[in-house]
Ligand binder design. Structure first.
Ligand SMILES: Cc1ncc(COP(=O)(O)O)c(C=O)c1O
Length: 468
């Protein structure tokens, strides 16, 4: 089983044209040798584990410390990748640090203007977005930071922000941190994937709901919304005067056979005009610590209001240098990386279905590098809820997600269990809001040997729980 999977993995790790959503990219990818992309030490060596321990990173160092792990096989939590970044990024950063002054950057000078042009070109070339120009694109410190600024601009104090849950935990932080509250519309689970219940969605469109954050591709479910779904989402928001903030940060991670539809390319111009899109190279090129993202909208009123609150002086020079280099010269790296992740998804989905009956996964995720695991059978066996209840009788700290006392959930206990018994760090499902119960999120953006070691370690730990 393992040998077969491994062979299939290596065969697939070549950059087959079907991996990518858009023809121009696929054509370029076909030129890259399959063997080169897959062989350790060659190409960009995605297959070679890159040791991040000791680099003060959240994914490995913080997880090991906070979960009191005696050793760690894999950090599989926060959404960044374990690979060495694209060489063009490192080269550009090296060049910039030769000039030893770090004063504020002028966003109207040639460097930042060329960066904005690179953003426009990348988005038109790869996703067919034709509506971006120098008058409607802005740069910000990150997608979370940008969304927080948008909430400040568009969500009146005390109002609600509509979400389809379970959803990215950072949204709860920016919503609560803006003194707003989440309006959670639980998605339904059907045909091995999540879907939006449209009647429920509309029922949540209360008069005090002024903004909705759309996540496409959706973290943590891995859904890549279809044109019909996006149109329906947009129609309903327009009808109820709710502005759509489209977070498309995961848009490059699209699994074979799926297509990313940017919200800004929908046919109905009124729907598009009612939206602002946030994107970044921070997921695609795994440079979130560089603090750089961009937003755009076809609606000048929304653009001006958002730009009023978005301070140019907050922008990081190195962030611009890194992302500019990535968009200008990192395309092959990104395409190989996306193909590599897609193969990790195939392997992971098959491995869990074949070898870990106590964990249930649906269809292979349509996008992102995240896997949403259903773990209720494990929760039952370790008595996770009972252990959480014991913890909750002790004094608690403040919790930003709920706005109340921090609550230990069964999923927190599950996270501790995986750390202690399988030496892997996963994210507890409950941080993703309503619907996150009985789930854990796993980040598979790592070298195949690390992914395999992590899955083997989980399977082996679960054997002791009576999994056959
Ligand atoms: C959907 C989504 N939006 C935003 C972010 C954070 O983006 P940034 O680091 O640019 O603030 C993440 C990070 O995981 C994410 O998954």
């Amino acid at each position: 089983m393992e040998t077969r999977n491994r062979r299939a993995f290596l065969a697939n790790a070549g950059l087959g044209a079907g991996v990518l959503a858009l023809a121009p990219l696929a054509a370029q990818i076909a030129k890259v040798s399959a063997a080169k992309a897959a062989t350790p030490g060659e190409g960009y060596a995605f297959d070679t584990p890159y040791n991040r321990l000791g680099s003060d990173c959240v994914k490995w160092d913080q997880a090991k410390r906070d979960l009191h792990m005696s050793r760690i096989v894999a950090g599989m939590g926060i959404a960044d990748m374990d690979f060495r970044c694209a060489p063009v990024i490192t080269a550009a950063l090296r060049k910039r640090i030769q000039h030893a002054n770090w004063g504020y950057i002028d966003m109207d000078s040639p460097g930042p203007r060329a960066f904005i042009q690179a953003i426009i070109d990348w988005n038109e070339k790869h996703y067919g977005i034709k509506v971006m120009n120098h008058e409607n694109v802005g740069v910000t410190t990150g997608v979370d930071g940008g969304i927080k600024t948008a909430l400040r601009a568009f969500a009146p104090p005390g109002s609600k922000v509509l979400l389809t849950t379970p959803i990215y935990d950072g949204f709860y932080e920016v919503i609560r941190g803006s003194r707003l509250s989440p309006n959670e519309c639980l998605m339904t689970w059907g045909k091995g994937r999540y879907e939006i219940d449209w009647d429920e969605f509309e029922r949540h469109m209360t008069p005090d709901t002024k903004v909705s954050i759309l996540c496409n591709p959706h973290n943590p479910s891995g859904r890549v919304w279809s044109k019909e779904e996006l149109t329906r989402y947009g129609e309903l928001c327009l009808k109820h005067n709710i502005i759509v903030i489209a977070d498309e940060i995961h848009c490059d991670f699209i699994s074979r056979g799926n297509t990313y539809i940017p919200f800004s390319t929908l046919d109905d111009k009124a729907i598009v005009n009612n939206s602002i899109t946030f994107k970044s190279g921070s997921k695609t090129f795994s440079v979130p610590a560089m603090k750089c993202a961009w937003f755009f909208t076809t609606n000048p009123k929304l653009y001006n209001e958002l730009s009023f609150w978005n301070y140019d002086a907050d922008v990081s020079t190195l962030g611009i240098v890194a992302e500019h280099a990535a968009l200008s010269g990192g395309e092959q790296w990104a395409r190989q990386c996306v193909a590599y992740i897609d193969n990790n998804h195939d392997f992971c989905n098959e491995y869990i279905k074949a070898n870990i009956p106590l964990i249930s996964v649906g269809q292979k995720p349509e996008g992102t590098y995240l896997v949403w695991l259903e773990v209720s059978a494990i929760a039952d066996r370790i008595g996770a809820q009972r252990l959480a209840d014991v913890e909750n009788r002790k004094p608690q700290h403040f919790d930003i997600l709920t706005g109340g006392p921090a609550k230990v959930t069964a999923e927190t206990i599950l996270g501790q269990w995986f750390a202690k018994n399988a030496y892997v760090a996963l994210q507890p499902g409950t941080i993703y809001g309503l619907g996150g119960q009985n789930h854990m999120r796993m980040n598979i953006a790592t070298a195949y040997p690390v992914l395999k070691a992590a899955l083997d370690s989980i399977a082996s730990a679960l054997k002791n729980l009576g999994q056959n």
